[in-house]
Write a protein that binds this ligand. Structure first.
Ligand code: X2X
Length: 340
């Protein structure tokens, strides 16, 4: 479908550049971009991710003087996450943001940041993701053939919503039909609570809730708001059970095909906009409760200690520590203190 990284276009662009000194004139071909890349995400148009990515893309296209042209395809326009991940791997999409927990279906290590009730403050999150934990994940992703940029974008702290009953204690999750993203860690965590999780890509979540395939889901307030999940969910339980971020990913071959000066323009702008986006999410998150209540959602608070104890009892932490291995676990615990 896409040939943004097509040999033909690249060769034509390169020939165009080489022709300049020979003829000393700027041919019409000089106006055509050397690289035409696609950038996809699963976020709604009004989500801070989409807005800040659009800004970064405009800057990149502008600063590259037309040599690189990135086109934005937000809001699952190119398919659900599982599909977009395949497209990223094949090179049909060149840039894509994805939760590390979902990427773990391809690079197993990347779900480690989502261990429930571990990175419990933003201070810990960014110390870890901008520090050794992020470096560890980048190493694993780069080995897989994909490229991961330095700055991770924020999804946020996740909360549980429901159309049937509020989740006040871990017992309220028993048998609860809840949608989780496609990721072994998510499924395992909600199974540990005794819930009945179903893996569904975000592109299908609204309709799955509307048709009652599932009774609930979990996401940060910004997603619940921008995706209008309040239209199909009644209760919002503030569980903050997990932090989640969007890894900024590139197709490895497409990334390496860019000359160093274009790589620098892309990296500087994407990393810079990540910092802006992080601030947007925190600000929105702090303000959304009143708005969602006005739209009819009923909020309740929860006690994290109870939920964490349920996970300990189900041997959730012990199992995942074994899966990730002591080395990776130690990198996480450097930022969280002892887990479990
Ligand atoms: O799929 C989700 O729930 C979302 C939007 O939070 C992610 O991208 C993980």
């Amino acid at each position: 479908m896409s040939n943004g990284f097509g040999r033909r276009r690249f060769a034509a662009g390169a020939a165009g550049v080489a022709a300049l000194p020979l003829f000393g004139i700027v041919s019409a071909r000089g106006d055509a971009p050397q690289f035409e890349y696609k950038f996809a995400n699963n976020n709604p148009m009004s989500h801070p991710s989409t807005i800040r990515q659009a800004e970064a893309i405009a800057r990149i296209n502008n600063e590259s003087n037309g040599r690189l042209k990135i086109t934005h395809f937000p809001n699952n326009q190119l398919g659900g996450d599982t599909d977009m991940l395949s497209q990223l791997r094949s090179g049909a999409i060149e840039f894509f943001t994805l939760s590390g927990l979902i990427l773990s279906t391809f690079v197993p290590q990347t779900s480690i940041s989502g261990i429930g009730y571990s990175l419990s403050t933003y201070k810990d999150v960014w110390a870890a993701m901008d520090g050794d934990l992020g470096a560890y994940l980048r190493g694993a992703v780069d080995k897989s053939g994909l490229h991961m940029f330095e700055k991770v974008w924020d999804n946020g702290y996740r909360q549980i919503t429901s159309s049937s009953h509020p989740i006040r204690t871990p017992d309220d999750l028993k048998g609860f039909k809840i949608r989780v993203p496609v990721s072994p860690l998510w499924t395992s965590m909600f199974e540990a609570f005794g819930a009945a999780p179903t893996s569904i890509n975000f592109s299908e979540v609204y309709s799955a809730l509307q048709t009652k395939i599932v009774d609930g889901q979990e996401n940060p307030l910004v997603i619940i708001d921008t995706s209008k999940l309040y239209e199909v969910q009644k209760y919002l339980s503030m569980t903050r059970h997990m932090w989640d971020g969007f890894l900024m990913l590139g197709n490895g071959r497409a990334w390496r095909a860019l000359p160093p000066d274009l790589q620098a323009i892309v990296a500087r702008n994407l990393n810079g906009s990540a910092e802006d986006q992080r601030q947007d999410v925190v600000k929105a998150d702090g303000q959304l409760r009143a708005g969602l209540e006005a739209k009819g959602m009923v909020f309740n608070e929860t006690d994290p200690a109870q939920f964490r104890a349920a996970l300990v009892k189900a041997r959730f932490y012990a199992q995942w520590k074994e899966k990730f291995g002591p080395e990776a676990w130690a990198v996480l615990e450097k930022y969280t203190g002892k887990i479990g």
